[in-house]
Ligand binder design. Structure first.
Ligand code: ADP
Length: 424
């Protein structure tokens, strides 16, 4: 057999084996990319694998510092990592800077003869760069840095295969860096939001506390004057008292939410007959519905249904639902309360024939301060806390609440609570 042919095919096989190995390593890096969020560990692996696959003494990743407009070392193989971290590489007068600006791979066979070589790095690290292959780190069309492989071990020139391998590693690194940056900025945004949320809660608790005392003074004196008043004065003072009690309701909502949110209020564990709870609510809300000529209809089974919980808080939750039903239903509309017993749970539904809620808002309305109407053009009063409070209370009772609606035709708020099996 012709030995040349044998040698040639052996060489081919060897090259193929090498290519397969390279590909396997790159696939492994790709998998690692999906499984780790530790960026520095990932970048270290990327550069050591890149250096090994391209066959160089060292490799490093330089990233753009947007504030200074210079490149800095984000990762490097070898023992000079600490020195490298301190070094800034200018965009002008450096090979890395050239790659960053042109966004093209660059081979420099002998850096000593290249005017663009930035000697500052070698001076600090005592590493002698002889040859170099660098590729840009691209996130879509944006360049975020450069991946460099330094000093080919076998002293052969860098070839096309090396460029391909390093470019593939660079795209892995770019994705990892971009992901890490996105995660970091999300975390930061999240932290800022939590801080704002904390400030808002503090503000509510201080504001509700500070409003309470002057309001009590207004209510106290207005009631006193009302008792003594006669003629026109009576209706004027009634108006003052009505305004004060509206203010009181708003402050109560603010306080309630804060207490519920902070888990400060203890949940009583009373045995409650659902029909009694609803009858109480019916009595409270019938006059308010009647004031708008609305018809309030209650539909309950005769056999008492027992639940365990906090009567006051449940009353508050359903009052908020009824308040909305009355508020968002025009005059002459209908409001219904239905109680149905299922196995082990009771369903209480508040239905109205009001303005309804757009489909995409059905879950958001339970968020604190969320209102469907724009606050600048809204026609209905309220703080946007009623449903958040209702949800908190129902969930504290291991229940569920949700809304169904057809815009323009009315809304249906459904509450499910665990029922007790015992009989009275
Ligand atoms: P608000 O104090 O504004 O009533 P809620 O948390 O109780 O606050 O309700 C949030 C928003 O959900 C309301 O502003 C309103 O846009 C909508 N909403 C709640 N209940 C109804 C209802 N029965 N019909 C129509 N819209 C409702």
């Amino acid at each position: 057999m012709d030995t040349k042919v044998v040698n040639r095919s052996e060489h081919d096989v060897q090259q193929l084996v090498q290519t397969v190995e390279r590909l396997e390593r790159m696939v492994a890096i790709g998998q690692m990319l999906n499984s780790t969020l530790d960026l520095s560990q990932l970048l270290e692996t990327i550069i050591s694998t890149a250096s090994e696959l391209v066959g160089t003494q060292a490799a490093s990743i330089l990233l753009m510092d947007e504030r200074t407009g210079e490149l800095f070392f984000a990762a490097a193989t070898g023992s000079s990592r600490e020195e490298l971290r301190k070094i800034k590489v200018p965009l002008v007068g450096s090979i890395a800077g050239t790659i960053y600006k042109t966004r093209e791979p660059l081979i420099v066979a002998d850096v000593s003869g290249d005017a663009r070589h930035y000697a500052g790095v070698d001076q600090s690290t005592k590493f002698q760069t002889r040859s170099l292959l660098g590729v840009p780190l691209l996130v879509r069309t944006r360049c975020i840095g450069v991946l460099e492989a330094l000093n080919k071990i076998n002293e052969e020139p860098f070839n096309e295969e090396d460029i391909r391998t390093l470019s593939a590693m660079a795209s892995h690194a770019a994705i990892a860096i971009e992901n890490a940056r996105l995660v970091a900025s999300l975390r930061e945004a999240n932290q800022r939001l939590s801080e704002l949320d904390r400030l808002k809660s503090n503000f509510i608790s201080i504001a509700s506390h500070e409003l309470r005392t002057p309001l009590m003074i207004v209510q106290g004196f207005a009631s006193f004057l009302r008792e003594q008043a006669s003629g026109d004065m009576t209706s004027d003072l009634d108006m003052v008292l009505r305004g004060a009690s509206k203010l009181q309701a708003i402050i109560d909502q603010m306080t309630n939410l804060n207490y519920l949110e902070a888990g400060l209020s203890e949940l009583k564990q009373e045995k409650i007959i659902v029909q009694e709870l609803i009858a109480e609510l019916e009595e409270e809300w019938r006059p308010l519905a009647a004031a708008k000529q609305q018809n309030l209809h209650v539909n309950m089974p005769p056999t008492p249904i027992l639940i365990r919980g906090d009567r006051g808080k449940l009353n508050l939750a359903f009052s908020n639902l009824l308040n909305n039903a009355v508020k968002f239903t025009p005059e002459n509309g209908h409001i219904e309360i239905h109680v149905i017993l299922h196995t082990g749970r009771v369903e209480i539904t508040v239905v109205d024939t009001g303005i309804g809620i757009p489909k995409e808002e059905l879950t958001r309305i339970f968020d604190r301060f969320y209102q469907v109407e724009d606050h600048l053009t809204r026609h209905h009063g309220g703080l946007g806390l009623g449903l958040a409070i209702a949800k908190e209370v129902i969930e504290q009772h291991n229940g569920r609440i949700w809304a169904e609606s057809v815009e323009g035709q009315g809304s249906r708020f459904r509450v499910i609570l665990p029922a007790l099996f015992e009989h009275l």
